[in-house]
Design a protein around this ligand. Structure first.
Ligand SMILES: C[S@@+](CC[C@H](N)C(=O)[O-])C[C@H]1O[C@@H](n2cnc3c(N)ncnc32)[C@H](O)[C@@H]1O
Length: 305
């Protein structure tokens, strides 16, 4: 029988102690995730392998992975993938790790596209890994999906994901929606950078030190990219098309104020995540002939759902 240090249980216990010593939180779940990846099994099945020995190549991969986790790297970068709406999305330092709350944004966008006739056009602004764009291309196949990003690195990764998943997406390197024709999109969907620059410095180390700053930093008040996106989207979205954005949990009122000037958008819904925090704004482009001269005041309009 293999000595305990050559078995999964011994390796797991030693690695947990190492990570805890380095102050890494949720050490157990990170290690379980790494083990499941190396064993090609589900998270709940890792326990069944505890008494098995590790083959030498697996032992090397395990020790490499544990060293990266101990250095604070997010587990998704260490294993090189994450799940997004059931899709295996490649992940590395080139782009933000897709978050579960962003799945809700993608599902809202999918529902919007499915309800439109013909071949609707959607733009995913700031595509990162391409998770939203790929999910839409696969789940709403009638639609044409365009994805933009300022980062050439992120676009490289997004292209790899689209190719691996067989998702048809047109990628464009540009600043938000720059270069897209006026009134050319039925839907603009975006998870823009919305963390204030000050808060970026206070993010957990595994985010702050490893994920791209360009993906997180929304300027001094966190709203710089959102504001630019809204005015660009007003140009690009067809009358009665929609803009859907993920926003920070304290930004609902500010986003309402940004959407309303000149009555360009009608804020239809603010949606909450499972913790009850407002994280998603859905707005409809107001056709010119319907535009009122003034903006409805803050505190009126849709309620969070
Ligand atoms: C919060 S990440 C979202 C990534 C991905 N859509 C997701 O939900 O996981 C924001 C993305 O916007 C990109 N970005 C930041 N500023 C941009 C700009 N001015 N124009 C285009 N993309 C931008 C970043 O490179 C990053 O990939």
């Amino acid at each position: 029988m293999a000595a305990e240090t050559d078995r999964w249980d011994g390796r797991l216990d030693a690695a947990r102690a190492r990570l805890e010593e380095r102050g890494i939180d949720e050490a157990d779940s990170r290690l379980r995730w790494l083990a499941a990846h190396l064993l090609s099994c589900g998270l709940l099945d890792v326990g069944r392998h505890r008494e098995e020995p590790l083959a030498p190549d697996l032992a090397r991969a395990w020790e490499d992975g544990v060293a990266r986790l101990a250095a604070g790297e997010p587990v998704q970068y260490v294993i090189g993938e994450t799940d997004f709406l059931g899709l295996r999305i490649r992940c590395d330092r080139r782009a933000l790790i897709p978050r579960p709350e962003t799945e809700e944004l993608a599902l809202c966008a999918e529902a919007d596209l499915r309800a439109r006739p013909g071949r609707p056009v959607a733009v995913d602004a700031g595509t990162g890994t391409g998770c939203i764009a790929c999910a839409l291309a696969l789940r709403a196949p009638r639609a044409r999906i365009i994805a933009t990003d300022l980062s050439a690195d992120a676009l490289g990764l997004a292209r790899e994901n689209a190719e691996a998943l067989g998702a048809r997406v047109d990628f464009i390197r540009t600043d938000l929606l720059a270069g897209l024709p006026d009134a050319s999109a039925d839907l603009v969907v975006s998870n823009p950078p919305y963390v204030s620059s000050g808060d970026c410095d206070r993010l957990p180390a595994h985010v702050r030190d490893h994920e791209p700053r360009l993906a997180l930093d929304g300027g001094p008040d966190g709203l710089r990219v959102i504001s630019r996106l809204v005015s660009e989207a007003a140009r690009v979205i067809v009358p009665s098309g929609r803009l859907m954005m993920e926003i920070g949990d304290d930004q609902a009122e500010a986003v309402r104020e940004i959407l309303c000037p000149e009555n360009l958008f009608n804020l239809e819904a603010l949606k909450c995540d499972c913790a009850g925090r407002v994280r998603l704004a859905v707005a409809r482009r107001v056709p010119a002939w319907l535009r009122a001269p003034t903006c409805p005041g803050a505190g009126r309009g849709p309620t969070a759902i």
